[in-house]
Design a protein around this ligand. Structure first.
Ligand SMILES: [Zn+2]
Length: 275
């Protein structure tokens, strides 16, 4: 979908609400008050024909009582669906680009987006997998990362090319990461690096195993390298970095409206799922 198509399709808050209502009810409207499945539309919200209750589009969803109006949410999600590897989400960037009132609002927004991405990526890899345990040590001294940090990277490479990328503390057992992220019964190789080799070079090691010309590898190495450089500049929210990288990588072949819809579908879900 082009930028212009999107702007025309969602040019008002009401159009966005109506779309949100449609995604939320998915054609299966039932009034909680009276059980009727008939409704009118009311400024993008649904109004029950049985008891006339208005069912607000965002009520009960993750965007319930958001400080940001729905049209702006749509614009931000659309921006994310179209952004490239180097456009990491940062509170400052989002705040300026979308004229959000405060840093607090921007941070809350980014947390919600990361949570939605995490939920979408909450499945286990299957098939042929290489799981890599490594350690990143910075050459420059960065206060919060004095000792570097441990990283888990699992690559599914038999056609689907999906990844799981996480950093983890020494309190977490490697077995748990394997069990949480990879289906049992898969074809799994595990590679461990316990020295302080730079991550870039250890990734090259993984690359040799998979084959250097593999598209997966070039994307991983080129882009993860950029991500990690950015990390040294902004240390806030390192968990979000992995979440974003994983989401972007696993969605690299999808079109912009597909990505937009997937994210939006997470936001219509019951807000309690996010607490
Ligand atoms: Zn009703």
């Amino acid at each position: 979908m082009t930028e212009e198509d999107f702007k025309n399709r969602f040019s008002t808050d009401i159009e966005c609400r109506l779309y949100f209502s449609e995604v939320k009810w998915d054609g299966k409207f039932i009034c909680k008050n009276c059980g009727s499945n008939e409704r009118w539309e009311n400024r993008g919200n649904y109004r029950c024909k049985g008891c006339r209750t208005i069912h607000y589009a965002t009520a009960g969803t993750m965007l319930n009582q958001s400080n940001i109006n729905l049209k702006k949410w749509f614009e931000i999600i659309w921006y994310i669906a179209n952004s490239n590897w180097e456009e990491r989400l940062t509170a400052g960037k989002i705040k300026n680009k979308f004229n959000l009132g405060s840093n607090k609002t921007a941070i809350e927004l980014i947390n919600k987006i990361h949570k939605a991405m995490e939920n979408i990526e909450n499945y286990k890899l299957s098939g042929d997998i290489i799981a890599y345990f490594g350690y990143i040590k910075w050459t420059n001294t960065i206060p919060d990362f004095k000792n570097g940090f441990r990283i888990f990277l699992a690559l599914e490479y038999d056609g689907r090319q999906r990844i799981k990328l996480k950093n983890f503390s020494s309190l977490i057992k490697e077995d748990k990461l394997i069990n949480d992220n990879i289906d049992p019964g898969r074809n799994l190789s595990i590679i461990k690096y316990n020295d302080n080799s730079k991550f870039y070079y250890t990734l090259m090691g993984v690359g040799i195993l998979i084959g250097n010309k593999n598209e997966l590898l070039s994307i991983l190495i080129n882009n993860l390298g950029k991500y990690l450089k950015n990390l040294s500049k902004s240390l806030i929210d390192k968990k979000g970095l992995y979440t974003e990288f994983t989401f972007r990588y696993n969605h690299k072949d999808k079109d912009n409206f597909q990505i937009f819809s997937e994210l939006l579908s997470e936001f219509v879900k019951n807000q309690n799922l996010y607490n």
